[in-house]
Design a protein around this ligand. Structure first.
Ligand SMILES: [Cu+2]
Length: 349
């Protein structure tokens, strides 16, 4: 019996020695793994630093590439405030962006996982929470306040001497109506819309409509240094009056009248000189995806002196006269017909 126990004991000792040896082997493997893990961590940490530097270089490079290729200076007085708001927002968010990114990447590098350090569980700090909630909240409130001031500026009542122009979107062009000599736009009724003779549905029972002018080629004529109020609408779907050079933009919503006013600062001629581009044209675009022809919904804005504007206006015929005056002189009648045709062409685009 004692012999059997001795053999078992010897066997057990062998098994223990074998197991200790095996454990030692495992430990060695683990040590290697820890080593390779530490090496990987170091590589990742350096890659993060490289990513940060490359990212910042990319931002600087993009900025350089677009230098001077952005829009020319704001063509409206109100747009100047908009641009300064944009600059302030960019500076504030830029500083925050740079600081937070630098700290983020620095921490990832500086406090990478090593054998010597264990993670410290740090779930909450009231003071920090309060600081990083209130500081951004105050900064955002200040930025929103500047934005609201600019927004209320262009959507508030226009100065009394402002020109009034109606801009109506339809698939796929802009219809521009001027109030004529009386300075009042007559009533419109969508049920009276007729693509051939009444593209805006002007109500002929309203005398204010008699002298209203609908620009033949959809040109929006504005007078330099004179406020203009746009009365904006839509005949079909939601469009958006986009005037990038003036930093202006407003939705054109069917059934709702939206407005905005601004004061052009430079005539088209001045802008041609300023941009050193003889082909420069102000454009009115549609900034709201409105159908398959959306891309082509583009018109021209002409900013001119009061004298040029008056001369152009004197050549215009009222929309009523063009479509409802059979007793016009023969020579004039032919001209009218041509004009009506070009309006049709605009309508059918
Ligand atoms: Cu549109």
């Amino acid at each position: 019996m004692s012999g059997f126990i001795t053999i078992v004991l010897i066997l057990l000792v062998f098994i223990i020695i074998y197991q200790i040896g095996k454990a030692g082997e495992y430990a060695a493997v683990l040590r290697e793994e820890a080593k390779s893990k530490a090496a990987t961590n170091r590589t990742i940490a350096w890659l993060l630093v490289a990513f940060f530097i490359l990212g910042m270089y990319g931002i600087w490079k993009c900025n350089q590439l677009f230098e001077g290729k952005m829009l020319p200076p704001s063509a409206s007085e109100q747009g100047v405030n908009y641009d300064s708001m944009f600059t302030v927002t960019l500076i504030v968010t830029g500083i925050v962006f740079f600081a937070t990114q630098a700290v983020l990447f620095w921490f990832a590098f500086r406090y990478q996982s090593t054998e010597k350090r264990t993670a410290f569980y740090y779930p909450h700090n009231n003071k920090l929470e309060i600081i990083w909630t209130t500081v951004p909240a105050i900064a955002m409130a200040a930025l929103v306040a500047i934005g609201l001031r600019n927004w209320l500026n262009v959507t508030s009542d226009a100065p009394k001497d402002a020109n009034i122009v109606e801009v109506v979107g339809k698939q796929f062009n802009w219809l521009i109506r001027y109030p004529g000599k009386d300075g009042v736009l007559g009533k419109r009724d969508f049920r009276k819309i007729n693509d051939a003779t009444n593209i805006l549905g002007l109500d002929w029972n309203d005398k204010d409509n008699m002298d209203d002018i609908i620009a033949q080629n959809g040109e929006l004529h504005l007078v330099v240094n004179k406020p203009v109020k746009l009365i904006i609408g839509s005949r079909d779907v939601i469009h958006d009056v986009g005037l990038p050079h003036f930093r202006m933009k407003m939705d054109a919503v069917p059934g709702i009248v939206t407005t905005m006013w601004f004061t052009p600062r430079f005539t088209t001629t001045q802008m041609k000189e300023m941009t050193h581009n003889p082909d420069f044209v102000y454009e009115i675009s549609c900034d709201q995806m409105c159908g398959k022809g959306h891309y082509s919904m583009r018109g021209t804005v002409i900013v001119e002196t009061q004298a040029e504007y008056d001369a152009w206006m004197a050549k215009q015929q009222s929309y009523y006269a063009m479509n409802n005056a059979p007793a016009a002189p023969a020579a004039g009648a032919e001209q009218q017909e041509q004009k009506t045709d070009s309006v049709k062409a605009v309508t059918m685009k």
